[in-house]
Structures are given as C-alpha cells and as structure tokens.
Design a binder for this molecule. Structure first.
Ligand code: 2IT
Length: 449
C-alpha cells in the first residue's frame, strides 16, 4: 500500500480508537486509493488525505421530549457536516439507539464519496439521534422531531446543509421536522429537507428511489456479465423503505426477492415478495412501529427463522439492505460456499472489512459497493432540491428516467476509473476512486483549508 495512505490510516486508528465504524470506513475507502496516490504526489504534498478524514465539523446537542405519560426523556442529537467542497452538506438523519459519533462520522464520510459519485453538486453530511422510534406514539414522534429541529434549525439551510431521511426517519418525520423549521424560521425554505410529502415540495419517486436505483445498478452489473434480471432470485435483508423499493422494482422486472429480515430474524418466501399485496404489506409492517418481520410470515404463511440472517440461502443475488455490519466473516463464508456470484451492497457499509476483502478475492464473485448502489436515493434528493428551487414538480417519468441514467453513469464511471488504474472490473475501487477524484480536485482548487 502507498506509504502516505498507510500513515493516514494509522493516524485515524490511533486518534479514533473509540470510533470503530469510522475507522472501518476510512480503511475501506483509503485502501482503494493507492494507485491514485502513487500517480498524484501533489495530493500528499497538500496533505489532502489527513484533511479529508477530518470532518468540517461534528456537533451534538440535547434533545428533550415528553412521552404520553408526561415524563421527560433526554436524547443526544448529532449532525456531522463532513465535507462541503462540492456543494451544501447533504445526507440523512438516522433515529436509532445505535447512533453515536462514530456512526455519524462513518456515514458522513461514506456520504461524501457517494454524493460525489452522483455527479451532482452535493457535499457530504449525516445526522440523527440515539432515539428509538419503535413503539412510540405519533404524538411522541412529533414531539421528538420538533425538539430535534429546535436545536438544529440554525445550522442548516437550502444552501448550507440539507438533511433527509435514513433509518427511523421517513416522510412522517420529515413532515414534522419541516413544520418546526418553517415555524422557527418564518420563511418558505422547503429546499432545507428532502424526502418531503408531495403537497409541500417532495419529489415523486423519492421513497422508491434508493431501491429502484439499486436494481438499476444490478441490471448494469448483470448486463456486464451477459445476464438478465428476469427470473433471478434475490436475498434481501431489512424490510424498510429501501427493501420495499427493491421488491417493487424487482417484481416489475420479473425477479423475485425471497427473503426479508428484521431484528427478530428473517422470512423465506419461495414465491417472492412479488405481489402488490405483499409489497404493500411491507409498508404496513414498517408503519406499525413493531419492528418485526415475523408478521410477514404469519400473514402469508411462509417460513420464519428467528434470530437468523438470510445469508445462508441459495439465491442468485445477495442484497444486504438493513444496516451496517450485517454481513460478517461467518456469513461471507456461507455466501461463498453457496457459490453466489453477485454480492450487491445496498445499506451503508453492510460488510465488515474482512468479509468484504474475502468476497472480493473470490475469482468468480462480483462485489458492488453501497456508496454506488444506494446513490439513487440521494440522487433523487438532489432532484427534489432542483424542483424546489425552480418551484415546479417533475413527472414520475422524468424523475425515473434521470434516476436510471444516473445509475448507469455511476456504474460506467466506476468501471472507467478502475480500468484507468489497471484494476479490472473492480466496482469497489472504481467507486472509491471516482468519488475521491471529484472531491480531491475541488479541495485542491480551493486551497489549503
Ligand atoms: O444514506 C443515504 O444516502 C440517505 N440516507 C439519503 C440521503 C439523502 O440526502 O437523500
């Protein structure tokens, strides 16, 4: 590995030993960049990498909310404005008990490269809170969102930082967050958040965008291998918004998603989550707040495997779409033993470094990285921002066409970057290099800051 990269990784490991997720993502991204650093000594001369692994700023704040019994609770809210070199900070808000500074920074770092890959002018950021929305009433959720926004509103804006949804934050939460922002600012600045409802500036297809984009990307990979998506079986983890979009698009294209998972285990549906009723039921399961996937098995009479992950299933394609570190070495070994060719990450950093390296080293496996595969979500968020600033709304056809073209372009640019550095069809390195190049060039041109 390039010596400068090694020294930066060492610095990060030493300085942030208490932030394992952040260290993990830095290691994954930087280790792809050796040939680029070898070819560009000016980056080391400007100490570009040490500057890039340090967020512009990360802050936390107190969020107090009152439950339905009148009892106050205190949570920690965060926003990490990671890199603003190519556009306003952009990235989701995650409400989940696992949220901490390490998770915020890993997501912000990933987001910076992902957003650059979309080809659109978006910096990278992420935020959230260690709040657990499961089992909370609608009033409690509203109260939490209002309190959260009261602390955050002065630090965000349509030309500064534009949050969106992530785990635990969907259209309902974005609505409450926007209502509070508008009340506090007293202006109509709906470009401050994306993932809004359609009546106040949301983009059509934004809820579907991440899942649809992931399937469009998969189609590019399959086309590269001379294969078609029709008839393919897919193992998906999670049952949230992203998994839902995957199921919907897979169904339209004649592929079958045969697993979904939740914190309680996974379901196996050999007929596929491939009817309108089943796909729509996923939305009901999510909005119930129960956070249980077993409900699907109970309703549709298929098998449920408590406490297990779906990675031992024999399928054509694996798509982890739940959360980070969902696929560790033991699961990777099962995937390899089953001879599965396509490992398509969808959630942010779903694979441990070790498992990722192991699968990438398999000669007959193709590994696609989440920062490329899931970029359709933030890509359509950027389209939502465009529509808001132009005060108009595009049609579903327009948005879908742009999303599809964007996913093709992300795949093409990744392939081109990997080939430029003699790495073959390496989608992981290609995406890291393509995203890096854009941010690096902008940072170099803007001076040592
Ligand atoms: O991880 C992600 O890219 C998101 N949660 C969506 C970010 C966005 O700004 O739409």
């Amino acid at each position: 590995m390039n010596a400068y990269i090694e020294s930066v990784i060492k610095n990060v490991e030493k300085k942030h030993s208490a932030q394992p997720e952040f260290v993990q993502t830095v290691r994954e991204v930087l280790s792809s960049l050796s040939p680029v650093m070898d070819a560009h000594p000016e980056y080391e001369a400007a100490d570009l990498l040490n500057r890039m692994v340090e967020p512009d700023r990360t802050f936390s704040f107190r969020v107090v909310w009152i439950d339905d019994q009148g009892k106050p609770h205190t949570n920690t809210g965060y926003r990490c404005q990671f890199n603003g070199a190519i556009g306003p900070y952009k990235g989701g808000l995650r409400f989940h008990p696992t949220v901490n500074e390490s998770v915020m920074k890993f997501l912000g770092f990933e987001q910076t490269f992902k957003n650059a890959l979309t080809g659109l002018p978006l910096g990278g950021g992420k935020g959230g809170a260690d709040f657990d929305p499961s089992g909370k009433s609608d009033r409690e959720i509203m109260n939490f969102c209002q309190s959260y926004m009261s602390a955050l509103y002065r630090f965000i804006g349509p030309d500064c930082d534009v949050p969106a949804g992530d785990i635990g934050v969907g259209m309902r939460e974005i609505g409450y967050l926007y209502g509070q922002y508008r009340r506090l600012k007293g202006v109509w600045e709906n470009g401050v958040l994306t993932g809004k409802g359609l009546t106040y500036g949301g983009s059509i297809l934004r809820p579907e965008a991440t899942g649809y984009g992931a399937i469009y990307y998969l189609q590019e990979v399959l086309a590269h291998e001379g294969e078609d998506i029709q008839g393919k079986t897919i193992a998906v983890s999670g049952f949230g918004n992203v998994a839902w979009g995957i199921c919907k698009k897979a169904m339209q294209l004649g592929a079958k998603v045969v697993t979904l998972s939740g914190p309680d285990g996974y379901i196996y549906d050999p007929d596929g989550v491939a009817t309108e009723e089943k796909v729509n039921y996923m939305l009901e399961m999510r909005s119930s707040g129960r956070n249980r996937v077993q409900d699907y098995a109970d309703k549709f009479g298929c098998q449920f495997f408590p406490g297990e992950k779906p990675w031992g299933c024999k399928v054509d394609v694996i798509m982890p779409a739940a959360t980070q570190n969902d696929v560790l070495m033991a699961s990777a070994e099962k995937i390899v033993a089953n001879g599965i060719k396509y490992y398509i990450e969808v959630a942010n950093m779903p694979t441990s470094n070790e498992a990722l390296e192991y699968m990438m080293a398999q000669p007959n496996m193709i590994v696609a990285p989440s920062k490329a595969v899931n970029a359709g979500g933030v890509g359509v968020s950027a389209m939502e921002m465009s529509q808001n600033s132009e005060r108009l709304a595009w049609t579903a056809e327009e948005v879908d066409e742009r999303l599809h073209a964007m996913m093709k372009e992300i795949h093409r640019a990744s392939v081109e970057c990997a080939e430029e550095y003699g790495l073959g069809y390496n989608l992981v390195a290609g995406a890291n290099i393509a995203g890096f190049k854009k941010v690096a060039t902008a940072m170099m041109e803007q001076g040592i800051i």
